[in-house]
Design a protein around this ligand. Sequence first.
Ligand SMILES: C[S@@+](CC[C@H](N)C(=O)[O-])C[C@H]1O[C@@H](n2cnc3c(N)ncnc32)[C@H](O)[C@@H]1O
Length: 299
Amino acid sequence: MFELRLLCPEDRVETLSDALEALDALSVSVEDADGDTAVEQALFGEPGMPPPAEGWQRSRLVALFATEALADEAALLLQAQDFFAACTLQGVSAVPDEDWVRLTQSQFAPVEITPAFWIVPTWHEPPAAAQHVLRLDPGLAFGTGTHPTTRMCLRWIAGRGAGGDWGRVLDYGCGSGILAIAAAKHGAAEVDAVDIDEAAVQATGDNARANGVHLRAGLPDASSGAYQVVLANILATPLKMLAPLLSAYVAPGGALVLAGILARQADELKAAYAPYLSLQVADEEDGWILMTATRGAPR
Ligand SMILES: C[S@@+](CC[C@H](N)C(=O)[O-])C[C@H]1O[C@@H](n2cnc3c(N)ncnc32)[C@H](O)[C@@H]1O
């Protein structure tokens, strides 16, 4: 394989990506040319919303070609185009052969949630001090324990602990099932895990079996009744739309735990849930927040 690297301003990213694909690139990736420097730019986007930008102010495009001749030809053709004016060719080089499986696996190390609770890929041994171990390999569904939103939910689950009053638990937007499985590992006996994505439902069932826990995975209409704990790590926009539904699932004395929210979105979420429950910020990591609320128990 050979890679062609280009630098371009944000307004050329789409045109160049389309052109590279038309020139037989096997893949095109876009990254912040200033990534890992003091001037790197964060781009936060949400599904269903227009992307905040096509790329970064200074974007690096890396296109993969099957042969060096194809990569060189693409470079020559692109440099002859008007739209290439503000762009720079960085070069064509061979991509060394790698053991891709080993490389991918090496990027997923065990994740410490608390000293006693770890998420451990199947190709690693759990740390000796771990009392609760969730075995999970990266797959198609979101949730490996590396994202701050998932980690904050997992810390909340660990904080409730094995002796907690779990009652019925709902994981709404379960992805890999990581939160549902974690709750089951910490003592929850009745867990429902739902997602709009069939692949996530399948992954949750598979991951639960691999962890030896029992739960019910299904599409959202599989959830019903009242739950002592409702967990939802989605994103601010869907969480606001789901406010009446998720609030209604919280039993008297129960807890609602929401993640996928940026710190600057806290007030929007509080306002959306105010008719039902009083949300508070309970944790913060890397610009993301965890918001929780409890429904008063009946007198
Ligand atoms: C950020 S992932 C969270 C996965 C996992 N619960 C975790 O904490 O890592 C969000 C999941 O919510 C699902 N989702 C998005 N909108 C949803 C909706 N309206 N109802 C149910 N699930 C939804 C997505 O398919 C995705 O699997």
